[in-house]
Write a protein that binds this ligand. Structure first.
Ligand code: IPM
Ligand code: MN
Length: 349
């Protein structure tokens, strides 16, 4: 019996999560597993009413679950930063979800903005460090508000944090068993403290994985190659900030935010699965948002729970919808409503 904590969050979050839960229900019937869901109302509305983001008692409660399924966080009436740091980043840090796993896979070449790319050309995974770096929130102001003001923002990288992420990426590359190539994406030519540590750790750990081909790319060049030669990549490992940036670009080449999913993974704790896109306030309540990113996030959750057959069937169903039904992956342009897309996935499952 899986206990799933469901956090619909803000905006279109509840609409996409609703479709994901429909698919979960169908998958559990077909593949004979049981799950129990509990909805939590963390998000902008609750914050506006109560001033609360997420308490330590909420974190303790969430630790009792098998997984967390998240819709979206972000509310137009709440100052940017409050909900992001108070809920999303707090969850990632407090639950030590030190990997942010973002598979980038093109399911229908018609939806790729790149010219002449086939589905097999866009198929890689970004392993983003999810607990350190610039996201640690370290820094200070000096002479704030004066003409001599200085703002310092520190990227905090620990050997342990870097190494566990790199190890995860090597293991993942081996298990994925495709090109068996792991690319370190960094900035060794300028950020000479952080990326020295990353590169040394990468090269040391690589010795334990002679079956994996290693490669290095600067982050700026990585964005260039995403557009020019995405087929070069298999698995990419990078830090928190670079991972955030390159996965938005990567999401676009797989067809956009409508299909991009991610998992915040604690390999020995509670992991959290979410569509990469935001709360899309302008589409809220209209039943036009694409639920496939949330459904793919559910698929990642099933894989994490070792329901591999269900996860594979879910992906096949999504591929069929993307290939045979949808006119576009963008909100309002799919040719189907949010709930109809969910129904199609259930039907194909
Ligand atoms: C993401 C988001 C978050 C991040 C924001 C909302 C804090 O952009 O999941 O990529 O920067 O990690
Ligand atoms: Mn992001």
């Amino acid at each position: 019996m899986y206990k799933i904590a469901v956090l619909p969050g803000d905006g279109t979050g509840s609409e996409v999560v609703r479709e994901g839960l429909k698919v979960l229900e169908a998958a559990s019937r077909k593949y004979n597993f049981k799950s129990e869901t509990k909805i939590f109302d963390f998000g902008g509305e609750r914050y506006l009413k109560t001033g609360k983001t997420l308490d330590n008692s909420d974190i303790e409660e969430l630790k009792k679950y098998s997984a967390i399924y998240l819709g979206a966080i972000g509310h137009p009436d709440v100052k940017p930063g409050i909900l992001e740091t108070g809920i999303l980043l707090k969850l990632r840090f407090a639950l030590d979800q030190y990997i942010n796993l973002r598979p980038i896979k093109l399911y229908n070449a018609d939806f790729c903005p790149l010219k002449d790319k086939k589905t097999e050309d866009v198929d890689f995974v970004v392993v983003r460090e999810n607990s350190e770096g610039l996201y640690k929130g370290l820094g200070e102001f000096k002479n704030k508000g004066t003409k001599d003001e200085v703002a310092i923002q520190i990227s905090h990288n620990t050997r342990k944090g870097v190494e566990r992420c790199i190890r995860y990426a090597f293991e993942y590359t081996r298990k994925r068993n495709r090109k068996k190539k792991l690319t370190l994406c960094g900035k060794t030519n300028v950020l000479t403290f952080a990326w020295d540590l990353w590169e040394r750790t990468f090269n040391e750990v690589a010795k334990e994985y002679p079956d994996i081909t290693t490669d290095y790319a600067h982050v700026d060049a990585t964005t260039m190659w995403f557009v020019k030669n995405p087929e070069w990549f298999d698995v990419i490992v990078t830090d928190n900030m670079f991972g955030d940036i390159i996965t938005d670009l990567a999401a676009m080449i797989q067809g956009g935010m409508g299909i991009a999913a991610g998992g915040n993974i604690n390999p020995s704790g509670v992991s959290m699965f979410e569509p990469i896109g935001g709360s899309a306030p302008k589409y809220t309540g209209k039943n036009v948002i694409n639920p496939l990113a949330a459904i793919c996030a559910l698929g990642m959750m099933l894989e994490n729970l070792k329901e591999d057959k269900a996860a594979k069937a879910l992906e096949d169903a999504v591929i069929k919808v993307v290939k045979e039904n949808l006119k576009s992956l963008a909100a309002g342009k799919m040719g189907y409503s949010t709930s109809e897309v969910g129904d199609l996935v259930v039907k194909y499952l």
